[in-house]
Design a protein around this ligand. Structure first.
Ligand SMILES: [Zn+2]
Length: 419
């Protein structure tokens, strides 16, 4: 038996013995851990969903005695309660290892000065990176979620070489720097490692254009449920995120929930070495495209080439399915806009109404500003041609949309709300 499968068997045994909900799900399928003899058999096992975890709130998914838990983290919980995950001492050591690996993949070295702009709170970002990078030997500037002005102040004073943040925050920083007349391109930052939000190729280009084209802009991917960042790790070739060998990954058809042989599907993850909160076949709700093409970095792990969206990020507008990321790609093709936009969905006479508010760049020449109302109509037409959906595009003043401190909120779906 290969070592990875051995680790999986132990993980499954642990879940079967300690997690009542999953054990019941296995019993419903007449399965015990002994029935699973190969990676192929794993398909027989039931999936784990976010709802399963939340139904056992807050401790039902822990596989160790509560006294062994050293730290808690929680996800933002876009609807209802946050999802709480406990970490044992071993889990914290594992997480350090994973973050170290992630950082090395990004090109971060021992002598780097790293500014961490993730919150040091219940979210996993801040503390995970702090612990992993400390282990790697980096100098750390834990600015967390301070104001943009203060982030820039420390950046000027302490001269970080690496910035860890979300894509939208990297853009907030660059816009604020213009206002404060700070030339960020002269700062010694060589790597911007983004996470917590999807990085589209269009957004990568925008970040590079603002911070300097020689800055490496890469992303990582993770979730609270699997100890935090590092499930997927992009190397400096900027061509997709290598899947982490500490986990087992599968793709399923998002509709039928059956395993798919295609390279596109919903990502399902199984932890292999987690002590406190192991997960078997966890549905991530992330729709991805996987590639097994060789990467010049030499790492042979398959990569998430593209995020196609989240199954819960998929909007159905006038019967047409469209992902927020596709709309973002479309908007960012246009040169006059900042990265700030919102998609608003309402209903009138039982019909869906799509409105997109997007901010224009402060420094546009006057004659272009005058032309913006005509430009709105042009973009509406383009949008209709591209997606087959009628929209109302409003190009609005800079700094009109609320700034987000964590994940940017891109969609306000008011269709279900009675107004
Ligand atoms: Zn690579």
């Amino acid at each position: 038996m290969d070592k990875k499968f051995e680790a999986f068997k132990l993980e499954l045994q642990k879940v079967y013995e300690n997690n009542k909900i999953y054990r019941q799900k296995m019993k419903d399928k007449n399965l015990t851990p002994e029935d699973i003899d190969s990676w192929n058999d794993i398909k027989k096992l039931p999936l784990t969903t976010k709802e399963d975890i939340l139904s056992s709130y807050p401790y039902g998914y822990n596989c160790v005695d509560q006294s062994k838990i050293k730290m808690y983290h929680a996800s933002s919980g876009t609807t209802g309660k946050p999802l709480i995950v406990g970490l044992s001492e071993n889990d914290m050591i594992l997480r350090q290892e994973i973050i170290k690996e992630d950082a090395i993949m990004a090109g971060i070295r021992k002598d780097d000065i790293v500014q961490i702009c993730y919150g040091f709170g219940m979210f996993t970002g801040g503390f995970s990176f702090y612990e992993g990078l400390k282990e790697l030997g980096c100098q750390i500037i834990p600015t967390g979620t301070m104001s943009t002005e203060m982030q820039l102040f420390y950046m000027q004073q302490l001269k970080p070489t690496v910035l860890l943040t979300s894509p939208s925050h990297a853009m907030h920083l660059s816009e604020k720097s213009k206002e404060l007349k700070i030339d960020i391109k002269t700062l010694p930052i060589r790597i911007i490692r983004v996470g917590s939000e999807l990085l589209t190729e269009a957004m990568r280009k925008k970040i590079k254009a603002s911070w300097g084209n020689k800055v490496s802009v890469t992303q990582d991917y993770g979730m609270t449920e699997t100890l935090g960042p590092g499930l997927g790790m992009e190397c400096s070739y900027e061509n997709g995120m290598h899947l982490n060998e500490h986990y087992y990954f599968e793709l399923i058809d998002p509709i039928t929930k059956e395993p798919t042989e295609k390279n596109v599907g919903e990502l399902v993850v199984t932890t292999l070495y987690t002590e406190c909160f192991p997960l078997i076949r966890y549905k991530t709700s992330d729709l991805v495209e996987i590639t097994t093409e060789k990467c010049p970095c030499g790492n042979s792990a398959p990569r998430i080439k593209k995020f196609l969206g989240r199954t819960d990020d998929m909007l159905k507008i006038k019967g047409v399915k469209v992902f927020v990321s596709q709309i973002e790609d479309f908007l960012f093709m246009h040169p006059y806009f900042t990265h700030q936009y919102e998609i608003v969905l309402t209903k009138e006479n039982y019909k869906d109404i799509l409105t997109i508010n997007i901010e224009y760049k402060e420094d546009l020449p006057k004659d272009i500003k005058k032309q913006l109302p005509n430009y709105e109509i042009e973009i509406e037409e383009e949008f209709k041609n591209r997606f087959g959906i009628t929209s109302q595009i409003n190009i609005i003043n800079n700094n009109t949309l609320p700034l987000s401190k964590g994940k940017a909120i891109r969609v306000r779906d008011l269709r279900k709300v009675k107004v």
